[in-house]
Design a protein around this ligand. Sequence first.
Ligand code: ZN
Length: 258
Amino acid sequence: MTTNDPRDDIRSVADWLAGVKTAVAFTGAGVSTESGIPDFRSPGGVWATSQPVYFDEYLRSPAAREEYWRQKAETHVGFMAAQPNVTHTTLAEWEAAGTIRGVITQNIDGLHQIAGSRQVLELHGTARFVDCLDCGERHEADAMVTLFNEAGTVPACVRCGGVTKHATISFGQTLPADVLRASASWAGESDVFVVLGSSLVVEPAASLPRIAKERGAKLVIINRDRTPLDSWADMVIHAALGETIAAIAERLSGGLRA
Ligand code: ZN
């Protein structure tokens, strides 16, 4: 349901968050685009000019691995330059204040953690780290990308010399079962489930709000464009994220002081 006055919508969402036991935020690419990181599928994104490397190709072909690292080195520059925006910092503040339990995210840029969020479920992994596919050793992505740029070859695991790959979920790679399980239980246990900047098209983004709603949560969707779940939601706000969440936060802090 939407009302005509956006201030009423903001007020309702703030009131729900103020009175809630367990709220969860779910974030997608729209949150990061306001930090200057292009949506991968958008015209400025990496798939506009490059073919994605599928996971099985990565395992079998050294050439595919080099192409993958070339793409990652390119997007890495943008990740390192990006800073958290008001949505990231507000969610971190809300977690610290107990307003939300944490963040489930489709983003791989690590900006929630940089903003101070501690409870973050990364459905698609993180581009801030590189993992060894053989022994599991975790490396800082920045150092590994530097090695790649210097040598022009895929850097080996520092511990065992094995094949390394960014700790993101590639096409054709299964999502981490533990993260999926935790996300589904957070959704099911939430009283308010707030979607921010996700088009809710791909799985599990499409399912988690349904799980929340079916278990009795209020579903709030804040996104620039329409989503397939808009008709299900208790509140839909089609607006720029940063200014919307800032308005909710202002209302929320005002309400708590009163
Ligand atoms: Zn290793």
